[in-house]
Design a protein around this ligand. Structure first.
Ligand code: ATP
Ligand code: MG
Length: 689
């Protein structure tokens, strides 16, 4: 067999990639854990392992590859395919392209399996998947139904309720446990919350709607049934998981049911990069893996191929200060490099100007915009920068900010599609009915009751008399819905008239110009064309939305040059030549919300470690002297002056070169302007004397 692809790897990676052996019963392998620091080639090893398995005769359909985002799944699929293609080409078998059909996120794979086995588990096959916003709205409907908010004004807000619910599900803990450990101020509402969650669960089942957490919960419950566990695990010989440190109890549970003795299970991760504890991820999953699966082979990688020594030293110094860490040292394979920089700026406006100047200067030296990224703790830290980039006409993409799906026009069209897909979708129905002028929440409720009384037939809505509604607009919309809801006419043919009709409404609904919004609608229709069914399209879109509006034309991706703006969370697993980290200041990074607890602070430090380790050649962190902090508990903003991040200790700063001349120059300029007084009129008059 041609194994040139193994030569690209170091010895430890090869060990991970080739672990197990091909025999008459297929390729068998015991449990494998790859635990190693950032940039050490874990993801590389995992995609090579997938390729190696296929090249050793494993059917690609029998490999389940789980990642934390669809982008990561696509990227791994591409890397694996590249290896396979080159080997096949060397063997003279050109053109036999191999795809990994089961590569995706836990949530997406869960949705797919639940749909396939819907019949066996008593779910409607066309169930809808709600995003967090819709889930919170539905929870709110239940809260109002139980009259909880009105009876007690201190009852937790809908997002808090959803947060509590989510923690209970993902931690597999009791409500009492979650309340006492995380929401002590809500403990008095224990019984009401319990009633609320029971009503919420009932309502979701009744409306055939699943939230994100249900996708994992129902998947886990499904494989707790022995027969279903057997049926599903028999479909996969190998289960490969990336970023294992950020999985939660439910996900570990699912894997344990799919691979009870760990055979065929391979997980990779880095405990120092565990950054989703706030969403119930459990770092003990990775630390305890060898105990959970006796006979686990543990592979540690120590060569870092991503960053220069200078950057790695700074990152190591930072993570050395955390209270718990699986001991590991990384050695750069890339040479000394330039010391990272710490730059102090006056405020976020100054920060924006500075970053833009640096980015452009780097571009002059041949580093494309695409090879540079600006990272931040919270999406709004980049607001000034966005304004500055737009002003200077510099293309950029933002990840982790206002999502495509959160834009009003996109929500509108999706509500239309969701309602036609599942006429029981109450949240979508409410949004759709209120698109008609004169229809408010009360009328929308009546219309929904009407729909329910008429067996959820969309055609029946034409007969509903909305008191103050624009009659003609109501009739037109309902006719559109009824036509699009007619399943006999197939998909995606019918979504297009609906989208077309909606596009015509844009000018009435939004301020001009509406071209960008119209472009988003066209893109949705185009994207929909790639999916076999409406339900599948809507699920995929909800689970893994394009990152931002106006940003999702994948085909244009290749040639275009743009700067990446991203939250650190969304930058996981990625790398750039130059990385700038904004707002490294106490209260913003670490975030104000985390400064009250040691565990939360540790997670913030790991988050900063993730930020540092995204950089290949150049790292720059920026601290504004003056900035705003939004305070969760005091309800309001406050100005903070000169409090640099507590993570920048002397030990860490020893690895940075510090630039202070910038604010000094500004201060001098500000003083100068304060004392400058000239009389232009006098000067002008003087011209004619
Ligand atoms: P993270 O913890 O950030 O997810 P990782 O451990 O998954 O990082 P990779 O993304 O797999 O690391 O690899 C980091 C970089 O090193 C990539 O650019 C990859 O192509 C390169 N790389 C990985 N292994 C090797 C190798 N054996 N030789 C040369 N380059 C390598
Ligand atoms: Mg990785």
């Amino acid at each position: 067999m041609d194994t040139a692809y193994l030569d690209e790897l170091n010895e430890r990676q090869r060990e991970a990639v080739t672990h197990g052996e091909a025999g008459c019963g297929g390729y068998s392998a015991g449990p494998l854990l790859v635990i190693a620091g950032a940039g050490s080639g874990k993801t590389q090893a995992l995609s090579h392992r997938a390729a190696h398995l296929v090249l050793s005769g494993v059917d690609p359909r029998r490999i389940l590859l789980l990642t934390f985002s669809r982008r990561a799944a696509d990227e791994m699929g591409r890397r694996a395919q590249h290896v396979i293609d080159s080997v096949l080409a060397a063997r003279g078998k050109k053109g036999q392209s191999v795809r990994l059909p089961w590569a995706g996120t836990f949530h997406a794979v869960g949705a797919r399996l639940l749909r396939e086995y819907a019949d066996n588990v008593g779910l409607a096959e066309n169930f809808s998947v709600m995003d967090r916003g819709d889930a919170a709205d539905l929870l709110d409907v239940c809260r109002q139904g139980l009259d909880l908010a009105r009876r007690d004004l201190r009852f937790p807000r809908k997002d808090t309720c959803l947060g509590i619910y989510s923690q209970v599900i993902n931690r597999q803990a009791t409500l009492a446990e979650v309340l006492s450990s995380r929401y002590p101020w809500c403990e008095a509402h224990h019984d009401d919350l319990k009633r609320l969650f029971a009503a919420y669960t009932e309502r979701k089942l009744d409306r055939a709607a699943l939230d994100y957490d249900d996708l994992l919960l129902y998947w886990a419950m499904m494989v707790r049934d022995d027969a279903l566990a057997l049926a599903i695990s028999a479909r996969f010989d190998h289960v490969l998981v990336d970023e294992y440190q950020d999985t939660n109890v439910l996900q570990a549970d699912i894997l344990a049911r799919l691979c009870p003795d760990g055979r065929g299970l391979c997980v990779v991760g880095d405990d120092a990069q565990a950054i989703y504890g706030f969403r119930a991820a459990e770092v003990d999953n990775i630390l305890g893996f060898p105990d959970a699966y006796p006979g686990t082979r543990v592979v540690k990688l120590e060569q870092n191929y991503r960053s220069t020594t200078a950057i790695l030293d700074a990152a190591n110094a930072l993570i050395d200060e955390s209270s718990r860490s699986y001991p590991k040292r990384l050695f750069s394979a890339r040479g000394a490099g330039v010391k990272p920089r710490h730059v102090t700026v006056t405020d976020s406006h100054d920060e924006a100007t500075h970053v833009v100047e640096q980015v452009l200067a780097r571009r002059e030296t041949g580093v494309a915009l695409k090879q540079q990224a600006v990272l931040f703790r919270n999406a709004h830290h980049a607001n000034d920068l966005e304004v500055e980039l737009i002003r200077r006409d510099i293309p950029f993409r933002k990840y982790g900010g206002l999502k495509f799906l959160e834009a009003a026009h996109v929500k509108d069209l999706l509500a239309l599609l969701r309602l036609t897909d599942n006429p029981k979708n109450e949240i979508a129905a409410f949004r759709v009915f209120q698109m008609v002028p004169g229809v408010g929440p009360a009328t929308a409720r009546e219309a929904y009751d009407h729909l329910e009384r008429h067996n959820h037939s969309l055609a029946s809505l034409a007969r509903f008399k909305a008191p103050r509604a624009d009659r003609e607009a109501w009739q037109t919309l309902m006719a559109q819905l009824a036509a699009a809801g007619d399943r006999s006419a197939g998909w995606p043919g019918l979504s297009e008239p609906l989208a077309h009709w909606y596009k015509g409404q844009l000018e009435d609904r939004f301020e001009a110009p509406v071209t960008a919004r119209a472009g988003d609608i066209d893109d949705l229709v185009r994207m929909a064309g790639h999916y076999p069914e409406r339900s599948v399209f809507l699920t995929e879109l909800t689970l893994d939305p394009p990152s931002a509006t106006g940003d999702h034309n994948d085909d244009a991706d290749l040639d275009e040059d743009y700067l990446v703006l991203s939250t650190v969370h969304s930058a996981k697993g990625r790398e750039w030549d130059s990385v700038y980290v904004l707002h490294v200041a106490d209260g913003t990074f670490p975030s104000e919300y985390s400064t009250h607890s040691a565990t939360a602070l540790d997670e913030e430090r790991r988050l900063m470690y993730v930020a540092f380790t995204r950089a290949r050649n150049q790292l720059e962190i920026i601290s504004p002297l003056r900035y705003y902090v939004t305070e969760q508990h005091r309800h309001g903003d406050r100005h903070v002056y000169g409090a640099t991040s507590r993570f920048l200790t002397p030990a860490v700063m020893a690895h940075f070169q510090t630039t202070t001349d910038r604010p000094a120059a500004r201060a001098v300029a500000e003083q100068a302007i304060a004392s400058a007084r000239i009389d232009l009129g006098a000067a002008a008059r003087q011209l004619w004397q």
